[in-house]
Design a protein around this ligand. Structure first.
Ligand code: SF4
Length: 89
């Protein structure tokens, strides 16, 4: 619990995020009407940015702690993060 609180409060890693140089739409999409094939393509492109990001692990740790339910964080979709969190329990 204390570790989660620290992760949520320490946001310094965001200053080094590679996604700062890209539109948020790449990571979150426009809305729920996005066709599945386009969504997969967009998410794959966002993940490529994440895989080169120097704070990928910090981002993923934050997203898991905050239970972020939308978008690409730490190179994972919301579905992938839920699976990862369930496996880690
Ligand atoms: S891992 Fe991806 S979503 Fe997280 S900060 Fe880096 S580029 Fe942004």
């Amino acid at each position: 619990m204390i570790k989660e609180q620290v992760l949520l409060e320490d946001q310094e890693w965001r200053k080094h995020a590679s996604c700062l140089h890209f539109s948020a739409v790449l990571f979150f999409g426009f809305d729920d009407t996005e066709p599945p094939a386009e969504k997969r393509l967009r998410e794959d492109q966002a993940k490529l940015v994440c895989f080169e990001c120097p704070v990928r692990q910090e981002c993923l740790d934050y997203a898991l702690s905050a239970r972020e339910s939308h978008g690409i964080w730490g190179g994972m979709t919301d579905v992938e993060r839920r699976r990862y969190a369930n496996r880690s329990r």
